[in-house]
Design a protein around this ligand. Sequence first.
Ligand code: FAD
Ligand code: 2HG
Ligand code: ZN
Length: 473
Amino acid sequence: MNALLETLRQICGAQHVLTHDDPTTDLSAWETDWRQRVFGKALAVVRPANTAEVAAVVKACANSLTAIVPQGGNTGLVAGSVPDASGQQIVLSLQRMNTVRAIDPDNLTMTVDAGCILHNLQEAAEKAGFLFPLSLAAEGSCTIGGNLGTNAGGTQVVRYGNARELCLGLEVVTPLGEIWQGLTGLRKDNTGYDLRHLMIGSEGTLGVITAATIKLYPLPAARLTAWAAVPSMATAVQLLGMAHQQLGAGLTGFEVMGQFALSLTDKHFPNLRVPLYKDTPWCVLLENSDHESESHARHLFENLLEAAMNAGCVTDAVVAENMSQAQALWQIRESITSAQAQEGLNIKHDISIPISQIPAFVEATDAVLLKEIPGVRLVNFGHLGDGNLHYNVQAPQGQDDKVFVREMEDRVSTLVFESVARFKGSISAEHGIGSQKVDKLPRYKDPVALGMMRSIKQALDPQNIMNPGRVIR
Ligand code: FAD
Ligand code: 2HG
Ligand code: ZN
């Protein structure tokens, strides 16, 4: 092992190979997952500066059969970006690779290093007069490499799609340490298997993404946000249909938030002033991006909300008057995860269901859980526009959260996932499988698909050094 560490130091420079041997270095930020569920121990945290260094690091690890855990911002929610407790895996951090390599305005693309922070890319795009629409609450620290590694979703998917839809090309270091140059920026390319789509969402198990060519869009003339109280999940779905109908491609966000989820935000972040939630089971956050003008956007929004009120889908609503009000409404939505974390450890389910089935799914699954665990607190919110719910479960009031999660997680998740399967949904909509759901996947994934996944893994990573134990075993 010392020989490997010595080689890694030669490749990246000694100051970029962090180990526990140095008592002044604290590696816990790279070893602990965002949810504080996994406390791993790394052999080393290695921080290469460029693609050539990544390739050399991977080759060195391949030669010594050392497992590599690629890591971007370490905001993943399924424990896929932290090492196990063995002290034998290296964390390959892409954080130092954070350059925007090129912007091509006519091709509407931007080519960026994998370690670029998402928020910085949104800003770089805007500075060049464009929109990079991927948006999620972790955008201040997650990286584009991690976004593509997980095929992240977020709040704009209803209009622009997942990270996958926003990527035209990749540069990848394979598990053998070769560099695949796939930064094409082409919108059409039918020259065989689509390896870009294979890498996207593979959670670091098939290679290290070192750069990407991503799509840019025109900046809208106006972005308006509305917050609506709705009397049921069924009416929220009805409102979504009306919003598609009346706003067309202008509908760029459609989020649903349950009353208990919002009560946690209100409790832990009282300054955010959550509107309208106390007298309604659900609130919806809608965004209308308009390419004409703000007054056009407002007109469309007001018509929609009026029609929705007449149809009984909305009982009350506010439309943000300006950008800072809009941001404040989004901040409430984006703070639910942190509010829930402050309330205590919890059990997360990032699921998708055909949108039409969501009201029945919620009713049925709520009933099953409340019967099984009286007093259990259901924190339900998410991207209703994409059929993606964060159907999270918190211990009954007064129960120890750690004990609850330790003793109940498997049972609770099985109940939820069985319900998801009955409604023909997916047990992971956007966060991925990581190590957390790896044991659940075989029950819910088609066996032939699982077999093909195993064959692909075996073919590309025969030594099983790339993020082993994540996604598939
Ligand atoms: P990491 O956490 O570092 O890694 C995630 C996975 O990708 C790991 O398996 C890792 O090995 C792999 N990986 C990382 N970098 C690379 C690379 N360069 N090449 C290959 N593999 C790599 N997710 C959503 O989809 N939608 C949301 O709305 C959303 N909201 C969130 C809100 C909060 C508050 C938090 C904490 C998380 C949220 N997430 C969300 C989850 C998380 O932010 C995303 O999964 C994000 O894409 C992870 O990016 P990262 O750079 O932090 O990746
Ligand atoms: C979101 O949509 C994220 O805010 C996190 O995907 C969801 O905390 C969660 O469960
Ligand atoms: Zn989400």
